[in-house]
Structures are given as structure tokens and as C-alpha cells.
Ligand binder design. Structure first.
Ligand SMILES: [Cu+2]
Length: 119
């Protein structure tokens, strides 16, 4: 019986690792024409990886559902871009990435994390 409890515990841990570390990294979106919606909720940007093309304007539409003040700001520190996200109202951030590369974006404390991949 104790072994069974241990096995269930191990599966729970594996599930949590998968959910927080593997699953969210697979979600990504390509900017196509207009805008990409990014849901800000429960500690994750969804999708967390955005692909864009250098020299082409992108619009990231942040939809913040998390009322935690932690999720209020989004910072693209490498690109010198930051924004305050209102709750419930989509916030559109439009800019043109000129350089190719991977640019992290995060909340002020770095709990929410995402990557803008410019190709
Ligand atoms: Cu935070």
C-alpha cells in the first residue's frame, strides 16, 4: 500500500514538472498579418514563444486575466519596451523588431516569461 502511495506521488511530481516546464514551452505562435493574442494568466504567457520576422511590424495583444500585481508589467528588456497591462481589456503592443535573435520578455519579477523569436 505504501508503495502505491509512493508511485502515485512520483507520477504527481512528474506531471507537475511536465505541466510547468515542458508543456508551456511547446506553445508558440507565429505572427501572421495582424496580431497575436497572448493570454496572461496563472503564471504563464500563453503562448510563451512568439515568432516574428525582422523588419516587419508585429502587434502583440496581451489579454491579462491575472489580477495579481505581479502580472501588471511586461518588459522586453533587450528591446527597451515595457507596458502596463490592464485587467480584462486587451492591450496592444505594436513595434517593429529590426534585429534577428531571441528576446525574452517577462513580468517585473521574472515569474512570467516568454520569448520573442525574430527570424
Ligand atoms: Cu511577476
Amino acid at each position: 500500500m505504501e508503495i502505491l502511495v509512493n508511485i502515485i506521488g512520483i507520477f504527481l511530481i512528474l506531471f507537475i514538472i511536465w505541466w510547468f516546464w515542458i508543456y508551456k514551452r511547446q506553445s508558440e505562435a507565429q505572427v501572421q498579418g495582424s496580431a497575436v493574442d497572448i493570454i496572461v494568466d496563472a503564471g504563464v504567457y500563453e503562448p510563451a514563444v512568439i515568432r516574428a520576422k525582422s523588419g516587419e511590424e508585429v502587434t502583440l495583444r496581451f489579454i491579462r486575466k491575472d489580477s495579481n500585481p505581479c502580472s501588471e508589467k511586461v518588459l522586453f528588456s533587450d528591446l527597451d519596451i515595457s507596458a502596463d497591462l490592464p485587467i480584462g481589456t486587451p492591450y496592444e503592443l505594436t513595434f517593429t523588431p529590426e534585429e534577428k535573435g531571441e528576446f525574452e520578455f517577462a513580468c517585473q519579477m521574472g515569474m512570467y516569461r516568454g520569448t520573442l523569436v525574430v527570424e
